[in-house]
Design a protein around this ligand. Structure first.
Ligand code: UT7
Length: 323
């Protein structure tokens, strides 16, 4: 017998406002054609002025709890991945905790930018395997529209807002790769690459700042590092790409998603793709894709899933789980 962190609920929330690529043509030297062909993005959602990351996170959390048949009172912990929390402190996670009516346990944020959800899943898994929590809500939520430089066409057309959430529960498995739940994780970072993707402001430098990215440099790192971390995670679980039903990748660029799948020897039929509808929602993109993938009827109980993501840091990683 082995304890496993098993997904028992999933949900997401997207802000109402949908912005098609064409909207950028009015203010920037860009085109729907360029954005589609270079990134695969067709539209994204932007939060309303008074809508914050914890608002999106709470809506996604409520959907995931409903799916699991649980309430906030049933939870032991909340782990929320975000780089765009409402306030400098407290954490967005504790704000969600209050709104879910959860008065025990603990809640905290994880900040690993676009790799945030993979880091949060790995932390939640460790909490469950070490016996510190039995039911953990893992959320990815972002309002990247707040840190865009609207004059920089090379970044502002790529990102969107949204949130997704999973409920993980400790259930017994038999200790093999046939078990449901998280089977392995692989986390990496290399701070030498800070200048490739960062925000040029923060509390200690006394501003909010804007996202800055050397996109083509990040692209170069992405395909290699993502395929490698996915394969390492599969290897840790005693599996290989041939066992994978779904790659659920971070949704930054369709060409990165295609390149990674190709490197792993898997066809695009085995990949959940939402980048066309959401753009890059950073830490929210994987739980959004898991939720949409389930809604579309792609992801089914028992399916073997590998998630992978890379972002600012650079930080990257993968999680292998059986749905
Ligand atoms: O989620 C975190 C991780 N982030 C990523 O994974 C993003 C990784 N990078 C990418 O997705 C791609 O590199 C981009 C979509 C950002 C850019 O695609 P690219 O094929 O790497 O293009 P590039 O940066 O090499 O730029 C090619 C050209 C440049 O013009 P010149 O210098 O060749 O004349 C850019 O100025 O495209 C130009 N360009 C644009 N043109 C029209 C850049 N942005 C735009 C734009 N519209 N919005």
């Amino acid at each position: 017998m082995a304890s496993r962190a098993v997904v028992t609920g999933v949900g997401h929330y997207l802000p109402e406002r949908i912005v098609p690529n064409a909207e950028f043509e009015a203010t920037l030297d860009t085109s729907d054609e360029w954005i589609r062909t270079r990134s695969g993005i067709e539209r994204r959602h932007f939060a309303a002025k008074d809508e914050t990351t914890s608002d999106l996170a709470t809506r996604a959390a409520e959907a995931a709890l409903k799916d699991a048949g649980l309430t906030g009172e049933d939870l032991d912990a909340i782990v929320l991945a975000t780089s765009t929390a409402d306030l400098t402190f407290p954490s967005a996670a504790t704000m969600v905790q209050a709104r879910l009516g959860m008065t025990k346990g603990f809640a905290f944020d994880v900040q690993a930018v676009c790799a945030g959800f993979v880091y949060a899943l790995s932390n939640a898994n460790a909490l469950i395997l070490s016996g510190q929590a039995k039911r953990v809500l893992v959320i990815g939520a972002e309002t990247f529209s707040r840190i865009m430089d609207w004059t920089d066409r090379s970044t502002c057309v790529l990102f969107g807002d949204g949130a997704g959430a999973l409920v993980l529960e400790a259930l017994n498995g038999n200790g093999t790769a046939d078990d449901r739940g998280i089977l392995s994780t692989d986390l990496n970072s290399d701070g030498r690459y800070k200048d490739l993707l960062y925000v040029d402001g923060g509390v200690s430098t006394q501003s909010t700042g804007h996202l800055r990215m050397q996109g083509n440099q990040v692209f170069r790192h992405a395909v290699d590092k993502l395929a490698k971390t996915a394969e390492t995670a599969l290897d840790k679980a005693g599996l290989n790409s041939g066992d994978v039903d779904w790659i659920v990748p971070h949704q930054a660029n369709i060409r990165i998603i295609q390149g990674t799948a190709k490197k792993m020897g898997l066809p695009m039929e085995n990949v959940v793709v939402t980048v066309q509808d959401h753009g890059n929602t950073s830490a929210a993109s994987i739980p959004l894709a898991l939720s949409v993938g389930k809604e579309r009827g792609q992801i089914k109980p028992g399916d073997l899933i590998v998630t992978e993501a890379i972002g600012g840091g650079l930080a990257w990683g993968a999680v292998v789980l059986r749905w």
